[in-house]
Design a protein. Structure first.
Lengths: 247, 247
């Protein structure tokens, strides 16, 4: 297996209300797209196209948001947005605010992002990244006649390990998990507890090229991955609280 | 940036006592190795070359190991090895045993692996993956006159998310973390809290090709990554307990 990873170059800036699906299809026309390519898309451009942008000047923080803002030395209006985008506070102290989002993802600040948005605004996660991934995948199939997989990604901080890594928050046309239990290893032993988060490995690989600062490359092609096709969801990547000894 | 990822094909089986460094150098002679290539190595072959193999028939489980074995329905001799390879039990219940290893890595079963070893044996993590990575890197420089980076990897389960992902446990010639604080985003905003675990993204990318069952491809070349060279350590990827709200 040989994998190649490359960005869609000169991808246009996305503005609120733009049809991301149309723009991606048009940009993909410029490359030699192939069946089984995986298209990894930074969630920020999806959020922008969905107008998931909060103007902080229009936000009135609640007393609770003001309290957290004082404790953490942060803009209480941003805290207010984080709380609005959350369904549960998982951990909180003077430095961090880690929440579960409405989708169930557990991330710092509900995935709210200050960077790469104009003016005094923040962007939140997309409404339904799985749905959008499927929409983009279907449109590529219809317009470009290629069967691809689509992954919507976000960078996550992690318990136990330092540094952020790009992971999947939405997907279409690729298995969320690859269950190799029952396969045998080099010596014929049965592997017993290995479920691989292949889509997270693919998102992480795309993250190397995606960059996070001023690279302007939010759409990455990952070619050559041997993956199973299944219409499941990134929600399967979320560990159920009762199975999570760290929650 | 275009990245390519490919395995060293037909890599020989490693036996206890083999010089992994020599074997890797010989195998790398067969490809067109380039400066700045990153060599990602599955820790299992390093462990084997270091003879980090426990014959379970020679292990007498302690009363505590017997107790955990009964609770989890697992071989108490394997539990004994897990405990010997640990410095601290982080979480434990009827299903999981998560420990800190002597290196400080927090992983299921101290990273003890049943698979891909012959007979009634298990293998543990290598003694000092950073040291071995540096040794391999230096030997490649001396023998093949190429400046490469080396990453020793293992698959980790993760809090909050389902499925394993390949991450770095040892490294040489590449920054463990890429600190992009101070860089500006597309709109000139300063990114404030983004430290990227680039080596984990690279290890995850290699994991896609490495496989875990009977692929027999424990050495992967990742080419084209734009990384900073620095002689630091995978230990910097371990979150200090006092900074970890999930520990």
């Amino acid at each position: 297996m040989k994998i190649t990873i490359f960005p869609l170059r000169n991808f246009p800036l996305i503005n609120p209300g733009d049809s991301l699906t149309e723009i991606i299809v048009e940009e993909l026309r410029k490359i030699d797209l192939q069946n089984r390519d995986i298209i990894v898309i930074a969630h920020t451009i999806l959020s922008k196209s969905e107008n998931k942008v909060y103007d902080l000047n229009l936000i009135t923080p609640s007393p609770f948001a003001l309290q957290i803002g004082r404790m953490q030395g942060k803009d209480p209006r941003k805290i207010e947005v984080i709380l609005r985008e959350s369904s549960e506070i998982i951990r909180m102290n003077e430095k961090v605010l880690i929440t579960a989002t409405h989708h169930g993802f557990i991330c710092a600040n509900s995935g709210i992002d200050k960077s790469n948005t104009p003016g005094d605004t923040v962007i939140s996660l997309p409404d339904d990244p799985d749905f959008s991934a499927r929409q983009i995948r279907d449109e590529i199939k219809e317009k470009l006649h290629k069967n691809v997989a689509v992954i919507i990604s976000d960078t996550f901080g992690r318990p136990l390990r330092v540094g952020t890594v790009n992971f999947a928050i939405g997907l279409a046309g690729i298995n969320s998990l690859e269950d190799i239990r029952g396969k045998t290893d080099l010596f014929g032993y049965e592997l017993r507890s290995t479920i691989i988060a292949r889509v997270d490995e693919v998102a992480a690989a795309a993250g190397i090229v995606m960059g996070q600062a001023d690279e302007g490359t939010p759409v990455i092609i990952v070619r050559g991955v041997d993956y199973s096709i299944n219409d499941n969801s990134a929600r399967e990547l979320i560990r159920e609280p009762e199975n999570d000894v760290f929650r």
